[in-house]
Design a protein around this ligand. Structure first.
Ligand code: WQD
Length: 345
C-alpha cells in the first residue's frame, strides 16, 4: 500500500473479477485509486474480488452485469462519479472465437460501443482499452512495433482490430477522449501470494492454466497444437508477459492518458519469445513437475510467432516488465497448488 499520496482517481474496471482485471484492481488499490467493477462472471467468480480485498485491505465497489447493458452503465456512472475507465470485459480465446464468431463480435464490439456511449453521455474521457497482439496476425517480422501492419487472422483478433477502429472514430467525433489501446502479448502467471491467478471455466484454452492443471492432475497431458511451424523446435513462439507486469502497465497507462487526446496504441510485452515446448520445459524446471505432452494438429487461428518490441512504452513511460517465464511458471503453479479447483473453493 502506498501511503501519503493524494487520493487517486475513481476507476471503473470492466471485467475486474477476471484474470487480468483482478490483478489490475490490486495494483490500482495499492496505489491509491478507488475501484468500481462491472463483471458478469461468465469467466470469473465474485470470490476473486474478495481476495482482492484480502490482499489490499480495501474493497472494490462491485456490480454484477453485462457491459452491453446501457441502463446498468448509466446507473454506475451516475452513482459512482467515475474519473477513468479500464475495459477488460471481453471474450478472449483465439480457438474459441473460431467456433463461436458471432458471440465474439456481439460481446467484444457491443460492449465497447455501449461503454463509449456511456462515457460520452456522462462526460468521462479517459479510457485504457484491452487490445491484443493477435491483431498483428501472421507477423512478417519480429519483434513487432506499433507501426507494423494490422492483419488479424481469427475472429477474436478481428474484433479487437475493429474495436481499435471504433476508438479512432469515437476520438475523431469527440476530441476530448483520451484513450490508450494496449496490445497485450501473452499474459501468464499469477499473483505471488497464490490468492489470484488464471482460473478459467471448463477446460483451459490458454497454455499456462492447461499446464498447471496437468501438473496438479486435473488433466492428464498437454496437447501441443502443432510442432510443424517454421520455428526452431516447430512449436509456436509467443511473448509471455507476467500478469502482475500487465497490471502494473495499466496503472502506469492511466497516468499517461493526460499526455494527449485521441487514441494511441501501445504494445505490452517483454520482447522475449518462448516456444510452447520451451514453456513446458521451463515449467518442469520451475516446479519439478513432469508434464506429459502429446502432439496434436495445429489449432485454427494460431500464428507461428508473436513477439513484442516493447521499446516505445519504455521510452515514453520509463516502464519495462520485470518478471520472466520462470517467474510466471512458479507463480502459476503456486496458485494452482493453493487452489486445486480454482478461486471458487
Ligand atoms: C499459446 C500457444 C497454442 C494451449 C492468448 C489469448 C489472447 C491474447 C494473446 C490477450 C499457442 C499453444 C495452447 C494448449 C497448446 N491475450 N497451446 N496447447 O492463443 O497466443 O492468445 O494470448 O489479449 O486473448 O488467447 O495463447 O495460451 O491459447 O496459446 O499447444 O493446450 O500455446 O496453440 O501456440 P494465444 P494460448
Amino acid at each position: 500500500m502506498i501511503s501519503g499520496r493524494d487520493p487517486g482517481s475513481t476507476v471503473l474496471v470492466t471485467g475486474g473479477a477476471g484474470f487480468i482485471g483482478s490483478h489490475t484492481c490490486v495494483e490500482l488499490l495499492e496505489n491509491g485509486h478507488r475501484v468500481v467493477v462491472i463483471d458478469d462472471h461468465s469467466n470469473s467468480t465474485p470470490a476473486s474480488l474478495e481476495r482482492v480485498a484480502k490482499l489490499t485491505g480495501r474493497a472494490v465497489t462491485a456490480y454484477t452485469g453485462d457491459v452491453r447493458d446501457r441502463a446498468l452503465l448509466d446507473r454506475v456512472f451516475e452513482a459512482q462519479r467515475i474519473d477513468q475507465v479500464i475495459h477488460f470485459a471481453a471474450r478472449k480465446a483465439v480457438g474459441e472465437s473460431v467456433e463461436f464468431p458471432l458471440e465474439y463480435w456481439d460481446v467484444n464490439v457491443g460492449a465497447t460501443v455501449a461503454l463509449l456511449q456511456a462515457m460520452r453521455d456522462h462526460g468521462v474521457r479517459d479510457l485504457v482499452f484491452s487490445s491484443s497482439c493477435s491483431v498483428y496476425g501472421v507477423a512478417r517480422r519480429v519483434p513487432l512495433t506499433e507501426e507494423d501492419p494490422v492483419a488479424p487472422v481469427n475472429p477474436y483478433a478481428r474484433t479487437k482490430s475493429a474495436c481499435e477502429q471504433i476508438l479512432a472514430d469515437a476520438c475523431r467525433r469527440h476530441p476530448e477522449f483520451r484513450i490508450l489501446a494496449l496490445r497485450y502479448f501473452n499474459p501468464a502467471g499469477a499473483h505471488p501470494s497464490g490468492l489470484l491467478g488464471e482460473d478459467p471455466r471448463g477446460v483451459p484454452n490458454n497454455l499456462m492454466p492447461y499446464l498447471t492443471q496437468v501438473a496438479i492432475g486435473r488433466l492428464d497431458r498437454l496437447p501441443v497444437h502443432g510442432t510443424d511451424y517454421p520455428t526452431p523446435d516447430g512449436s509456436c513462439i509467443r511473448d509471455y508477459i507476467h500478469v502482475v507486469d500487465v497490471a502494473d502497465g495499466h496503472r502506469v497507462a492511466l497516468d499517461h492518458l493526460a499526455d494527449e487526446t485521441g487514441v494511441r496504441v501501445r504494445n505490452l510485452g517483454t520482447g522475449v519469445g518462448t516456444s510452447v515446448l520451451e514453456v513446458v520445459s521451463a515449467f518442469e524446471s520451475a516446479t519439478g513437475r513432469p508434464i506429459p505432452v502429446t502432439t496434436v494438429g495445429r489449432r485454427p487461428g494460431d500464428v507461428p510467432v508473436l513477439v513484442a518490441d516493447p521499446s516505445r512504452v519504455a521510452r515514453e513511460w520509463g516502464w519495462r516488465t520485470t518478471r520472466d517465464v520462470a517467474d510466471m511458471c512458479a507463480d502459476a503453479w503456486r496458485f494452482q497448488q493453493l487452489n486445486p479447483f480454482g478461486h471458487a473453493c
